[in-house]
Design a protein around this ligand. Structure first.
Ligand SMILES: [Zn+2]
Length: 502
């Protein structure tokens, strides 16, 4: 209010003192209109960003590129707003804008999941190299589902599993078929799919694959290298911990995943020295409070031993099917005691409001708890008081536009709720959630989608990119180094793109 009033005074003079000697003219309609525009902009999430001349030049160029793209699709009568990401993917890849986004530094990927990171085509190619890798090719039963991959020792292969490599060699259609079973695509916006059932089947098909230590190491190395190539410098994974194993040694303690991941990060750093990783210990919303109590103990134990690797705690899975966040109230009230016991803090990074329903009130909890970031927060816009609180508490919403379309929450991406959050000043970042399950890699597609459908400018892009480091769970020192690196990358990007788009 104060700011509004001072703007008024600046623009039109002080009404009382000013009019003592002469009559002050009433602001014109146009002046009022301009003031409204200014006031609206001042509320937006990126109001504090001021662009350099070079950034303003790029802004004009990107605006033109988008205009050309939209004109061209219009000319060709391409139903841009009524097509799924999957249908548009080739068109996106051919666009000049996509090439620009591939070279844009993205900062951090704050919302992705273990098992959703690495290209599924690569998964099939890498898995078949292991002679101990098998695929289930029979009808689903209560133990296994068709297309499920697993490693077995010779002589211990359950019925219904066949050698993956042999199956791929003997059946030329099988690779394509398997890839379709490992990825979830929304082929058309108007067909019926039980998204969450299909989505969870994708994870079931690889969940016996990932804990096999030799494969685990390859999987994350490939995933991180691809992300680094897509200009992602920092990654935070909602990580579901499992005991790694191999046939020589058997099962390893849970912490082996962490030390192995640390080694993998060191390997990635050989080519991308700034690359960093944090893990958010994740469990499931469909479990009961007793199980979550045990999970929290494990999370605290791991965080005490690896305070730089474990950043917090989350509960995942379909919010419509699982328990509400408040169902676990006892677990949340126990957090202070656990913090004292273990001597570490355990902030929450809860998935909340991945829903279109007002009956899902999970976002309430995120404003009441020590919850640093909100996964999705799609229905936050229906609860204005909570939205205001989240904004005041400076908590970030992790937005994953393509995931939201594929899982059926948003069809026409112009109507994504994040647009309302951004214009109301709620801080957000752009994420890919489970790109490999959705049949793509990297973060460039999500930025493309946000830029084109939400009519963003360079100012908004810059804020989204820098938010992903500012709101990351890196400590202050790590952030300082990461921001310095990002700043340099960003300035190089502006300069190079301005030159190449001449
Ligand atoms: Zn997620």
């Amino acid at each position: 209010m104060m700011r509004k009033y001072s703007t008024y005074i600046l623009l039109f003079g002080f009404p009382l003192f000013g009019c003592q000697t002469k009559v002050v003219e009433k602001p014109t309609y146009e002046q009022n209109w301009m003031l409204l525009e200014k006031d609206n902009k001042a509320l937006a999430f990126d109001a504090d960003i001021h662009l350099s001349d070079a950034e303003l030049t790029l802004d004009k160029k990107l605006f033109e590129l988008r205009k050309q793209f939209l004109n061209e699709t219009e000319k060709q009568k391409i139903p841009l707003y009524n097509s799924s990401f999957n249908e548009l993917k080739p068109l996106i890849e051919d666009s000049k804008l996509y090439k620009v986004f591939q070279t844009m530094p993205k900062g951090g990927l704050l919302h992705t999941h273990s098992g959703g990171v690495t290209d599924m085509k690569w998964v099939i190619a890498a898995a078949r190299k292991y002679k101990e890798c098998y695929v289930y090719d029979q009808k689903d039963n209560d133990k296994f589902i068709v297309g499920q991959l697993a490693f077995f020792e010779n002589g211990k292969v359950p019925q219904g599993f066949v050698s993956l490599d042999k199956k791929l060699l003997s059946d030329p259609h099988f690779e394509k078929e398997l890839l379709e079973r490992l990825t979830l695509k929304r082929d058309k916006l108007c067909t019926y799919t039980n998204y969450w059932i299909e989505f969870e089947k994708r994870f079931q098909r690889i969940n016996l694959l990932l804990p096999y230590r030799p494969f685990f190491k390859e999987y994350y190395l490939k995933g991180f290298q691809d992300l680094a190539k897509d200009k992602v410098q920092h990654v935070e994974i909602r990580y579901v911990f499992e005991e790694l194993y191999d046939f020589q040694h058997g099962k390893y303690p849970v912490k082996k995943s962490i030390t192995d991941l640390q080694d993998i990060v060191k390997e990635v750093q050989k080519s991308d020295p700034q690359f960093s990783l944090k893990l958010i210990y994740s469990s499931f919303k469909f479990l009961d409070p007793q199980s979550i109590e045990k999970q929290l103990e494990t999370a605290f134990e791991l965080k005490k031993e690896f305070p730089d690797m474990i950043s917090g705690f989350d509960l995942v899975a379909d919010e419509a099917a699982g328990h509400s966040i408040s169902f676990f109230e006892k677990n949340w009230t126990a957090l202070d005691g656990l913090s004292k016991k273990y001597g570490v803090e355990m902030p929450l990074f809860l998935h909340a409001g991945e829903s279109n329903s007002v009956f899902n009130k999970n976002v309430f909890d995120t404003s009441l708890l020590n919850n640093r970031r909100i996964g999705h927060g799609l229905n936050l816009i229906y609860f204005p008081k909570t939205m205001e609180l989240i904004k005041k508490q400076n908590k970030l919403v992790e937005v994953s536009p393509i995931s939201n379309q594929i899982l059926g929450y948003v069809s026409d991406l112009r109507n994504h709720p994040a647009r309302v959050l951004l214009s109301n000043g709620v801080q957000c970042s752009i994420n890919s959630d489970d790109p490999s399950v959705y049949g793509y890699e990297g973060l460039s597609y999500d930025f493309w989608v946000a830029f084109v459908y939400w009519e963003l400018d360079v100012k908004a892009l810059k804020k989204l990119v820098f938010n992903s480091i500012t709101y990351s769970s890196m400590n202050d020192n790590e952030k300082k180094v990461a921001v310095a690196h990002l700043n340099k990358q960003w300035n190089d990007f502006i300069q190079h793109t301005n030159q190449s788009l001449n």
